[in-house]
Ligand binder design. Structure first.
Ligand code: SF4
Ligand code: SF4
Length: 62
């Protein structure tokens, strides 16, 4: 079974950059001004989920 990974809702993301700077795995980058999680790097620590001011990041099983 696949492990859950963080996932950014691109409709909600404001590209504030908060999750990008806090990710310990450097797993988040921007793509077309929206945050994107590299699921190969993500360890589902949920720090970004707690950091996002608008709740745009969730944890999902891919
Ligand atoms: S869950 Fe943790 S490792 Fe994964 S993208 Fe968010 S901060 Fe980075
Ligand atoms: S913290 Fe939330 S709003 Fe800010 S860039 Fe990350 S996903 Fe987007």
């Amino acid at each position: 079974m696949e492990k859950p990974k963080a996932f950014v809702d691109k409709e909600k993301c404001l590209a504030c950059g908060g999750c990008i700077s806090i990710c310990p795995q450097d797993a988040i980058t921007t793509c077309s001004t929206k945050a994107v999680v590299n699921k190969e790097k993500c360890i589902d620590c949920s720090i970004c989920i707690q950091t996002c001011p608008i709740g745009a990041i969730k944890s999902e099983v891919y």
